[in-house]
Design a protein around this ligand. Structure first.
Ligand code: SAM
Length: 268
């Protein structure tokens, strides 16, 4: 029996939507402190759930936009938010939301205790809109945060580390135990801050090519670059990027992937 006791009017937690509702005041306060909302900022929360972050944020900030997929939560959120401030609810799958349009010219500050089952797709979706985003504060599975922030040589350094670090500064903030949520997830959690780098400081000329090279390089982690990248880059191109074709992806710095992605694909 690990279903959450239903909060007034909100019903039970839905597993399929990754619903684990925060209830620990100390954790909520630390997230708000990390976010440090200032008047006039465009703050958007992903997955407000039963409002654990939403209501304190709305009280502090006066206006807030939230993106929530669960239709059963829309009416109770609307009712509970009314006395607190101006809450705009976008009732959609977050993966279908155009963050750039939502920003409407004001740099977005994204925040959320994300549904863990789709956390990587949400991160990649946010990356596509990085130019419209000022920063992101997300609660995620701790294991995912460890992968996001990992350095070359670490066992958990991989595609997620390289893709996120290429576009963003990644700062793990603090860990959160399962007991802070109802129902408690089976894993530890952590809050991370992501700050997109200014586009001019990111030397990636072709983002799609960069993504292709990183995906191929880590597709077969145990293989050498020569083998993992076959069809994407030949050994001469790997050498021209200043790298040893016998090296493995897990040893390469983010800048090495940028250099690889500058090389043209082999002609057939
Ligand atoms: N923020 C609340 C809290 O901390 O208690 C709820 C967090 S819960 C881990 C994740 C929330 O994301 C749930 O409210 C869930 O309904 C919502 N959600 C799940 N999948 C979603 C999707 N594809 N688009 C938008 N929201 C989604």
């Amino acid at each position: 029996m690990n279903a959450a006791p239903p909060e007034a009017g909100f019903g039970r937690a839905k597993k399929a939507l990754g619903q684990h509702f925060l209830h620990e005041r100390g954790v909520i306060d630390r997230i708000l402190q990390a976010l440090d909302p200032r008047p006039g900022e465009r703050i958007v929360e992903i997955g407000p759930g039963q409002g654990a972050l939403t209501f304190p944020l709305l009280r502090a900030h006066g206006e807030l936009t939230v993106i929530e997929f669960d239709r059963d939560l829309i009416a109770p959120l609307t009712a509970a938010a009314a006395p607190l401030g101006r809450l705009e609810i976008v009732h959609r799958d977050v993966l279908q939301v155009d963050f750039t349009a939502l920003a409407a010219g004001r740099p977005l500050r994204l925040v959320g205790n994300l549904p863990y089952n789709i956390s990587s797709p949400i991160l990649f979706h946010a990356l596509e809109h990085a130019a419209a985003v000022r920063d992101m504060h997300f609660m995620l599975q701790k294991e995912v945060v460890d992968r996001m922030a990992a350095a070359p040589g670490s066992k958990v350094y991989g595609r997620l580390s390289v893709m996120l670090q290429a576009w963003c500064e990644v700062t793990p903030l603090f860990a959160v135990a399962p007991g802070a949520f109802r129902p408690p997830p089976k894993v530890d959690s952590a809050v991370v801050r992501l700050v997109p780098r200014p586009r001019a400081s990111v030397a990636i000329a072709d983002p799609a090519r960069f993504a292709q090279v990183v995906r191929a390089a880590f597709g077969q982690r145990r293989k050498t670059l020569r083998n993992a990248l076959s069809g994407v880059l030949d050994a001469d191109a790997i050498r021209r990027a200043g790298l040893d074709p016998g090296a493995r992806a897990e040893q390469l710095a983010v800048a090495d992937f940028v250099a690889l992605a500058e090389q043209p694909a082999p002609q057939d």
